[in-house]
Ligand binder design. Structure first.
Ligand code: UFG
Length: 349
């Protein structure tokens, strides 16, 4: 299939492009560049070994979007393009509503005009708010904890209404838990702008010496070691799930909503210690106040994804840490670190 990947130059999008190409699909990327580096694309092309057209498009730019759908005949769209920092969303809610919700509406309209009726949407476990019960199943209650979470929930609902109104429209809502790790090559990975807000990139930056110590938010949660428990999932497993969901949606001709996690709860300190083992580096930390809005324990019941897609996460926490560390140590400044091929050649030829 020929797939439009919106946000394909970002962290999860870039790994999914590789997974799509690996399964024989053609990929066209649309990315606004707000949260991705121009260095991703040449690296992605090198890993993919095939041409990957890239268009700099903000989904809210309807003229550019229409032109894109007029240029290619797409079989499906994978939609990763969104702002995703919880704290930032509380400071700039309108920006999040506009980018994430207006962008999604413009994309759905362009798809409808072009007669493209298959969508895989990047949703999040954030739609469960603070879950009443763990592991969390897809039929758990939904709620909103912050503007970012609202954008994901609203987008799921918009997509649901479209599926109801158009009996031929198929969508897969994929509710990610905590994606971490990097491609095994160490060539692509997660490169947050500024100070990381998520745990794994923060640990990586401490281990590489870019930051002094990790602040562990809360040591008095009702969890085995008092620190927050989450369901970390290797980004390569997550990427594969997108291809599985896309192919299932086409084969079974139906929509779906599934959790993507491992089903295992891992505490902040578990992750710190696994990372120390994988990297051979110390990760100094101090336990500080809880971060407002954090739940004690959130992990998935991923059995529906297995039942429908035959998908299961394969990589464990040690593999996640090993691959995150390979990426970070090969790219201490993320994509600002030039590889040997990218570095300007010095000396005489
Ligand atoms: N944590 C620290 N120190 C840090 C960063 C995080 O102790 O510097 C802790 C948090 O308190 C939490 C755990 O590490 O217990 C994970 O925190 P993250 O920020 O990495 O991830 P969250 O589970 O808070 O958030 C993630 C996504 C959100 C999504 C949310 C709910 O980043 O986009 O899951 O699904 F909304």
């Amino acid at each position: 299939m020929r797939i439009l990947v919106c946000g394909g130059a970002g962290y999860i999008g870039s790994h999914t492009c590789l997974a799509l190409v690996g399964r024989g699909h053609q990929v066209v990327i649309a990315d606004s560049g707000v949260n991705s580096s121009p260095r991703v694309v040449p690296r992605l092309r090198r890993l993919a070994g095939v041409p990957v057209p890239v268009h700099r498009v903000d989904l809210r730019d309807r003229v550019a979007l229409t032109a894109l759908f007029a240029t290619y005949r797409f079989d499906a769209v994978l939609h990763f393009a969104a702002l995703k920092a919880v704290g930032d969303s509380c400071r700039r809610p309108l920006e999040y509503f506009d980018n994430n919700i207006s962008g999604t509406i413009a994309l759905l309209q362009a798809m409808q005009c072009a007669g493209v009726r298959r969508l895989v949407f990047s949703s999040s476990a954030t739609v469960y708010g603070e879950p009443a019960q763990v592991p969390v199943r897809e039929d758990a209650g939904l709620s909103v904890m912050n503007p970012y979470g609202r954008t994901k929930l609203v987008a799921e609902q918009l997509i649901g209404d479209l599926c109801t109104s158009d009996p031929d429209f198929r969508a897969a809502n994929l509710r990610y838990f905590n994606p971490v790790g990097a491609h095994a090559s160490g060539v692509i990975g997660e490169d947050p702008c500024g100070e990381p807000t998520n745990l794994m990139p923060y640990i990586c930056q401490v281990a590489v010496g870019a930051r002094e110590k990790l602040r562990v938010f809360g040591g008095d949660y009702p969890t085995p070691d008092g620190t927050g428990v989450r369901d970390y999932i290797h980004v390569v497993d997550l990427a594969r799930a997108h291809v599985d969901a896309l192919e299932f949606m086409v084969r079974a001709d139906r929509s779906l909503t599934v959790n993507l996690g491992t089903g295992r709860g891992v505490s902040v300190l578990d992750l710190v210690h696994a990372f120390e083992r994988a990297s051979g580096r110390r990760v100094p930390y101090e336990i500080v106040e809880r971060r407002p809005g954090d739940a004690a324990s959130v992990y998935a019941d991923p059995s529906l994804a297995h039942e429908l897609l035959g998908w299961r996460a394969e990589f464990d926490v040690d593999a996640m840490c090993r691959d995150a560390w390979r990426w970070q140590s090969m790219n201490p400044e993320g994509y600002r670190t030039a590889t040997r091929r990218e570095a300007p050649s010095r000396g005489r030829r």
